[in-house]
Design a protein around this ligand. Structure first.
Ligand SMILES: [Fe+2]
Length: 220
């Protein structure tokens, strides 16, 4: 499976950048996890990285914040009728963008080997994907806590540990990162994680740390 980072807060030469988060996942299924802030960033970066945002199997939205859903109208335009798994809240808007909206209320398996944590605190969900190396957890901003989202995905998927946890960790405490380190083989703080979280993981768990920037391609 490949994770293609269409946008992260950390810029890269030749790619557009803003505050946001979007990942294209290519494995047994091709889908987009969150859609950044700006359709123009998604359009430019996907072309520059040589990946198509057409022919997706589904789209997954972690939570209804603009730096995650801003590019969704573009994704809907390219994939009319695409299934969108989203927390409850803006169904009518997502329907207008052309999605087949599936509001997610609880943890569960949404496709073979792909699980949602369900919205924690009625707000934000994360995704777990089964790979040959184990469970890959993708988070958006982790407002409910990256450790809680990861634990919810371990519980619903039946995995004991995550192979990789990637995404925004929302300025976590040391304790949160320590708990995450117990649950994950590799840790990839991105987007809104903050410099402290990156430095802490790099220093305390160097063997687990994975650096992420706009345009990163992570093969699992
Ligand atoms: Fe965010």
């Amino acid at each position: 499976m490949r994770l293609i980072i269409l946008n992260d807060n950390v810029p890269a030469e030749g790619l557009l950048n803003d505050w946001g988060w979007s990942v294209l996942v290519e494995g047994r299924n091709r889908f987009i996890f969150d859609a950044d802030t700006n359709p123009l960033v998604l359009a430019h970066n996907s072309k520059a990285l040589g990946v198509s945002l057409n022919d997706l199997d589904f789209a997954f939205l972690s939570h209804w914040h603009y730096d995650h859903y801003g590019g969704l109208p573009y994704v809907g335009e390219l994939n009319p009728g695409l299934r969108l798994y989203a927390p409850p809240g803006n169904r009518a808007m997502a329907l207008r963008w052309g999605f087949d909206v599936m509001e997610v209320f609880t943890a569960g398996e949404i496709a073979k080997g792909i699980w949602t944590s369900g919205p924690l605190d009625d707000f934000e969900q994360a995704l777990g994907v089964e790979t040959s190396s184990g469970l890959v957890v993708i988070v958006g901003c982790s407002h409910p806590g990256v450790d809680r989202l990861t634990k919810a995905l371990l519980d619903v998927s039946g995995y004991e540990k995550a192979h990789l946890v990637i995404g925004g960790y929302h300025g976590p405490s040391r304790r949160t990162l320590d708990r995450l380190a117990e649950m994950a083989e590799f840790i990839a703080p991105a987007h809104c994680s903050g410099d402290f979280a990156k430095a802490y993981v790099r220093k305390t768990y160097p063997e687990k740390y994975v650096g992420v920037m706009t345009g990163s391609i992570i093969e699992v």
